[in-house]
Ligand binder design. Sequence first.
Ligand SMILES: Nc1ncnc2c1ncn2[C@@H]1O[C@H](COP(=O)(O)OP(=O)(O)O)[C@@H](O)[C@H]1O
Ligand SMILES: [Mg+2]
Length: 383
Amino acid sequence: MEHLSEVLKILEGALRHDPSGAREYALLLADKLEDERRARQAEALRRTIARMPGLAVQSTEAAAALPRDDESDTPTVDIEQPLENNRPLALPRFVRQQLDEFVQTVEKRDLWVEHGIDTPARLLLVGLPGTGKTQTAREVARNLGLPIVMTRSDVLVSSFLGQTSKNIRRVFEYASSRPCVLFLDELDAIAKRRDDSQEVGELQRVVIALLQNLDALPESTVVLAATNHPELLDRAIGRRFAFHIDIPLPAAAQRAQIWADRLGSHAPPPEDIDILASVSEGMSGAVIEAAALDARRQGVILGHDVAPLTLILRRLARMLWYEDHQVFESPEAEMIALRRWLPKVFTYRELSEQFDVTTRQVGNAVRSRTEARADSLGAHETQ
Ligand SMILES: Nc1ncnc2c1ncn2[C@@H]1O[C@H](COP(=O)(O)OP(=O)(O)O)[C@@H](O)[C@H]1O
Ligand SMILES: [Mg+2]
């Protein structure tokens, strides 16, 4: 039988006196039928739903029913609908292939089940901060055409004894009663290893709650999770995820793509993009994106149609400097740091233009400050 998983969910909703759940799944099924060019069937389904009384107030009710943390009275999840068109991620092909494989596994679930193969739809995304894990989760949800229920680990993890486990249970209950992708962001913050010396008792309870809830969840409910610290994650939790995908730092090709895409109509010529891609080796997509957007803004303020390479590099340098909690104490310090970082780009002439001084003054400053403390950019260069 086709679309067995939706039919089962609709049935479950009806039997559990959960008309809104049944309705959501019926609407999802109607969308799928529509996609398959079975417009009449989709229409019939939608008409039946429209005739059901008392469902009009659905959306406000649903908002009120978001799972909440008792102490702060704050929702523990954010819901995002799949239609948002976020900017595409630049990911290496092998990562894309694995993501596609996951999406296929979920979409063709009926087929697998028919063949007696039942891979739970669980995917763990692993990668350094800023590599695009959260965005990837959104993209997966969008590809599946499902809203994403994103946990807010800051609210979910409560300092009150027992409250975190309660919060986890509510989130799972919520996610299992509607068509959605449940996304456990920053999973390590929730599920630290049980042998962590602090707060062992409470942590154990939280991890156990997470395991029990994962196990009780229908296997068809899609669960994604992300972590920057797979080594902190309890192994039993890691094992619950049939798919693990490592999201690496962007390689040169992806860095070039992110620079070009985020600079958009203000992007400098391709040879400059190549320089940017090479200079940003070892940096995350998030850092590149932020620098590009910052340079773009600055370029507009200064009246440039195209953001000049040196401007972009200066904004990038500042960003890295701030990340290292350092501040340029004078324009001279910035000038010297730029010179030490990329002498081929920041020639005396270029610096004299940028800082509105003579080349001789640049030369003097650089020579008199050969021992400059401003060397954090040098450290980034060799990363
Ligand atoms: N490979 C990439 N391609 C395009 N944008 C990226 C990439 N990696 C990160 N970004 C951008 O950086 C920002 C932070 O990404 P996010 O998904 O929050 O990272 P993470 O969850 O891994 O910390 C997002 O705005 C995202 O668009
Ligand atoms: Mg994230």
